[in-house]
Design a protein around this ligand. Structure first.
Ligand code: PRP
Length: 226
């Protein structure tokens, strides 16, 4: 049997949502991931190896060929930019939007009375591209998390972040303003693996495609909460 296909998985919410889909596609970890400190898991079928990494590292593993495939959010891929890999499948999980958000009561797109509009985000590239496209001059401040408190802390006029239910914004006195992109989790494939392991990659993608299609049926009626 050939080497197992290595699949880099985005830890956290995306991992939780994609594991059942992988299981339906025939790939399950040989031992439970829950509560484990391990980061590399063989699959029970022996055809795959699952590697759990930070979302922003998934495209890195796939681009450099340390993983054959990866599963991460479209937000991570947009922020990563033109990676040297193929984006092959939308898993339709962990759906959300990237949006600008402003303090409640402030008009979307309002400019500060003084100086340049300041935007706090962990999506620096996405934010810069969005405002540049609009011809709006902004200063983008990089944060690693908890963007929602930046306006009240006087650090920024607005934020760019992923929004699902909007509860986090609301709890921090913010409201969603402009939508930048629709987000869901995607399967990406290393370019060399796509060629060299074509049959295995396509077989897995076909099985996952069937899982996605089955979940789209009204009777399946399932929408991600992420
Ligand atoms: C994201 C995002 C918000 C929250 C939005 O964080 O940064 O904090 O989800 O969801 P809501 O609209 O349903 O409230 P996540 O939990 O993904 O973790 P992160 O901070 O690591 O991005």
């Amino acid at each position: 049997m050939s080497e197992p296909l290595t699949i880099a998985l985005n830890r956290g919410r995306i991992l939780e949502e994609c594991l059942p889909m992988l299981a339906e596609a025939g790939i399950e970890p040989a031992e439970s991931m829950a509560g484990s400190r391990k980061l590399i898991f063989d699959s029970a079928c022996g055809r795959a190896r699952l590697v759990v990494v930070r979302g922003s590292d998934v495209p890195v593993y796939v681009e450099y060929g340390a993983a054959d495939l990866g599963i991460t959010g479209k937000d991570t891929l947009l922020e990563y930019g033109d990676g040297d890999f193929y984006e092959r499948l939308d898993l339709n999980i962990a759906r959300c939007r990237i949006m600008t958000a402003v303090p409640v009561g402030r008009a979307a797109g309002a400019v500060p009375t003084q100086g340049t509009l300041r935007v706090a985000t962990k999506y620096v590239n996405i934010a810069k591209a969005y405002f540049a496209e609009q011809g709006r001059q902004v200063e983008v401040i990089k944060l690693s998390g908890a963007m929602e408190i930046a306006p009240v802390m006087g650090l920024a006029d607005l934020i760019v972040d992923v929004v699902d239910t909007g509860n986090t914004l609301k709890a921090n006195g913010l409201q969603a303003a402009e939508q930048i992109a629709d987000i869901s989790s995607r399967v990406i494939v290393n370019r060399a693996s796509q060629k060299m392991r074509f049959a295995e990659v396509e077989a897995l993608l076909d099985r996952l495609r069937q899982v996605v299609a089955a979940r789209r049926q009204p009777s399946a009626g399932r929408r991600s909460s992420a």
